[in-house]
Write a protein that binds this ligand. Structure first.
Ligand code: NDP
Length: 248
């Protein structure tokens, strides 16, 4: 594989496992240096140790995306180390599913704080250096649930739909600075987040997916890689669905 991202630096939030880890592996395979961020620094370091062996420079940072101070401190450390961040991949996210009538305010707040305010915090912290360099890419992992809705996921759906409005507004705000802002909307991807589904529920889900299978992390990573590449230089403010055809 060609190392098209050599000399580039990407910050990936939620890089300790699942889709974030898959994105880390894909970008590293093309030479990208990485800032791996999540609340569990040790788990990010484990991911980083594998990539360091491939000649990739990685930095693992402990970060709660919902806490602007924690984000700003980690971004500062990363900028000191690398001097730049070319790509931001907002991937960290949580679910706290429940019917609205039973949903505690704490769960609503936790989801909005991580999945939407987290995107604001991380993008704000990284953007200044991109603006200075008049170059950069922001890709946020949203969800098909933000497009279709899903019973039991009002908080998650609201946060993930919020990402679309954020993405389009920011794309317009900074297009003149040569920075693109896009979102990826995965369908159901096999990770810890979906591991709790019963076999029966998984089978039912698959029946609703035109391509007939759940996705894997690499499916999402490929879309992110594309949006970060030169091939996507003229694409901004877009939502790229990676969902086996669930939303079309
Ligand atoms: P996982 O639960 O496997 O991983 C979530 C990641 O987010 C972990 O690395 C976790 O790290 C990190 N994270 C959670 N909260 C925070 C926080 N407050 N600050 C920093 N990091 C945090 O989920 P997936 O890999 O499945 O999901 C990744 C993204 O993709 C999410 O945004 C999710 O909504 C989205 N998505 C997933 C789909 C799926 O089917 N799996 C479908 C559509 C969208 P740590 O615990 O170390 O903090």
């Amino acid at each position: 594989m060609s190392r098209v991202f050599e000399e580039h630096v990407a910050m990936i939030t939620g890089a300790s496992q699942g889709i974030g880890e898959a994105i880390a592996h894909r970008l590293a395979s093309e030479g990208c240096n990485l800032i791996l961020a999540s609340r569990r620094k040790a788990a990010c370091e484990k991911v980083g140790a594998l990539l360091d062996k491939e000649g990739i420079d990685t930095l693992s940072v402990a970060m709660d995306v919902g806490d602007l101070e924690s984000v700003a401190a980690s971004v500062e450390v990363a900028l000191e180390r690398f001097g730049r961040i070319d790509f931001l991949v907002n991937n960290a996210g949580i679910t706290r599913d429940n019917l609205l009538v039973r949903m505690d305010p704490e769960d609503w707040d936790a989801v909005l704080r991580t999945d939407l305010t987290g995107v604001y915090n991380c993008t704000k912290a990284v953007l200044r250096s991109m603006l200075r360099r008049r170059s950069g890419r922001v890709v946020t992992i949203s969800s098909v649930v933000g497009l279709l809705g899903n019973s039991g996921q009002t908080a998650y759906g609201a946060a993930k739909a919020g990402v679309f409005g954020f993405t389009k507004s920011l794309a317009r705000e900074i297009a003149s600075r040569n920075i693109t802002v896009n979102a990826v909307a995965p369908g159901y991807i096999s990770t810890d987040m979906t591991a709790e589904l019963s076999e029966e529920a998984t089978e039912k889900l698959q029946q609703g997916i035109p391509l007939g299978r759940l996705g894997v992390g690499a499916d999402v990573a490929g879309a992110v890689r594309f949006l970060l590449s030169e091939d996507a230089a003229y694409i901004t403010g877009q939502i790229l669905s990676v969902d086996g055809g669930m939303y079309m």
